[in-house]
Design a protein around this ligand. Sequence first.
Ligand code: IPE
Ligand code: IPE
Ligand code: MG
Length: 242
Amino acid sequence: MGLDESLPAHVGIIMDGNGRWARKRGLLRIEGHRAAERSIHEAVEGCGERSVGYLTLYAFSTENWKRPSAEVSFIMKLLSRFLERNVDDLDQNGVRIRATGRLDDLPEGPRRDLERAMKRTAANDGLHLILALSYGGRSEILDAVRRIASEVSRDELSPSELTMGTISSRLYLPDVPDPDLIIRTSGEMRLSNFLLWQSAYSELYFTDVLWPDFRKEHLFEALDDYAGRSRRFGSLSRDSDN
Ligand code: IPE
Ligand code: IPE
Ligand code: MG
C-alpha cells in the first residue's frame, strides 16, 4: 500500500463487454474492440490523475485463443495499432509500458511492437501500464511451478525451503505489488483467470458499464468506492472494539 491508504497502488481492469456493445448497435464484434481504445485512454489518464502506480489491463486471456481466428487476428492487429498510435504520448507522459502473460504466443509483428514499446519506455518513472496478453492466472502459476521444479531437480532449491515468496518471486512480474482493486465491466461477476495468485485479498468492483462506454468518471466511482472499503486481510479492523 502507498502512503495514502484510501488510494489503490495497483488497479487491475477486466475490460469486458466489447462484443455486447457492438451488438447493441448492430455492429460487428470487432467494432467493439476498436472502440475500446478511447476507454483505455480514459483509464490511463484517470490513473495518472489519481497517482495510481500500476494499472494492469486484461486485454487477451489464454482462453481467448479459442475465439474465431478472424477476431483473434483483428485483436492482435489492434495491439500493434494501439502501440503505434499511442507510444509517443504515453512516453511523453512518463508511462512505462509493460506486459504480462505468455508473450511468446503472440504473433511476431505485435510481439516485436510490444517489445519496442517496452524498451522505449523502460526508464520512465510514471504509471506502470501493464498489458495482460495471452495471460492466464493458472498458466502463470504453472510456469512458476515448472521453474521451481527444475530448480529443485538441479538441487538449487530444496522442497523444505519453499515459501509463499518462492512462488511470488517466480511469477511473471515479481516486482509489481498485488492489485488492491480489480474492476470488471459489463456486469459479469467473475475473475476469468485474471491474477489468481495476486488477487487473494484484492477488493472487487463490478459495474454494468460495457468497456467501450467506460470513462474516467466510472474509474473515479470505483476509486471512491474503494476508499470506503475496510481491508482487514484476515485480521481485525483498526476501529473494531477490542
Ligand atoms: C472483452 O470484450 C475483450 C476481450 C475479451 C478480448 P468481449 O469480446 O469479451 O465482449 P463480450 O463479453 O462478448 O461482450
Ligand atoms: C475476460 O473476458 C478476458 C478479458 C477481458 C481479456 P472474457 O469475455 O474472455 O471472459 P468470459 O469468457 O466471459 O469469462
Ligand atoms: Mg467477454
